[in-house]
Design a protein around this ligand. Structure first.
Ligand code: ADP
Ligand code: MG
Length: 237
């Protein structure tokens, strides 16, 4: 079986700066893969190329056996690439349930069906009790879970998470880790970008380390944390 996601020789240049340099990675079905690396390594850029926010300068992106390089973000979402967004202002003036209904409307135009899906996903994310409050009233860790819930409501095959565990208390981060595990247990593949290694390493099946826009090393978490190249990339940060 082919990988669910593949980037083939992907480059991203911003005027003079090379943010992604010849990146070829793959994510297998059912895996939790961590995309890690120091600040400025190119993680968010690669995330945006995969989600379809930006077209790559060069190279191609394959999802579920199809070349999606030229597809806009909304089309990729329909194909099954779900992602978290920062909760933007307009969403803050909506209730929690309405935020999630926005995601569910990717799959159905029947409002009753979208609402049922949103309730199911809020229950899963531990936010059922907060369904009718304004998103602006949520504490930061609840907002992260709302982002995950909205992405799950789009019924993704691949869930892209950008630093959803960063900046949480240890207990909140643990709740987040458990949520990601439960997501995977429902059959969703996860690619998560995180800066802090300690948070992601216990969770992921495989880690891909970026540094200076390139893949530095990839492998099992236990091997990665002992890799001298990785240690010096982080210490040089
Ligand atoms: P990371 O997420 O690993 O911290 P980024 O992908 O955000 O790294 O950034 C990689 C490099 O690309 C950085 O040097 C950053 O300043 C640069 N960069 C990112 N986005 C842009 C942009 N839209 N325009 C110009 N430079 C950018
Ligand atoms: Mg980033």
């Amino acid at each position: 079986m082919t990988a669910l996601l593949e980037t083939r020789g992907v480059w991203q240049r911003f005027s003079g700066l090379i943010a992604n340099s010849d990146i070829s990675i793959s994510v297998g079905r059912g895996e939790i893969v961590g995309l890690i690396g120091p600040n400025g390594a190119g993680k968010s850029t690669l995330f945006n190329l995969i989600a379809g926010v930006l077209p790559p300068t060069q190279g191609s992106i394959w999802f579920d056996g199809e070349d999606v390089t030229r597809l806009p973000a909304a089309e990729r979402c329909v194909r099954g690439i779900g992602r978290t967004f920062q909760v933007v202002k307009s969403f803050e003036t909506m209730t929690v349930i309405d935020n999630v209904i926005v995601g569910a409307l990717v799959r159905t135009t029947v409002m009753r069906e979208a609402r049922r899906k949103a309730h199911e996903v809020l229950e899963f994310a531990g936010l059922a009790a907060r369904a009718d409050v304004m998103a602006s009233e949520l504490i930061p860790s609840e907002k992260r879970r709302l982002e995950v819930a909205r992405a799950l409501a789009t019924e993704p095959k691949l869930l892209l998470l950008d630093e959803v565990l960063t900046g949480l208390t240890p207990i909140e981060a643990q709740t987040g880790v458990e949520l990601v595990r439960r997501v995977r247990d429902t059959g969703v593949t996860v690619l998560m970008v995180e800066h802090v290694m300690e948070i992601v390493m216990p969770l992921v099946d495989r880690a891909i380390v970026l540094d200076l826009g390139k893949v530095l090393v990839e492998g099992k978490p236990a091997d990665i944390v002992r890799e001298p190249k990785v240690i010096s990339a982080y210490l040089g940060d």
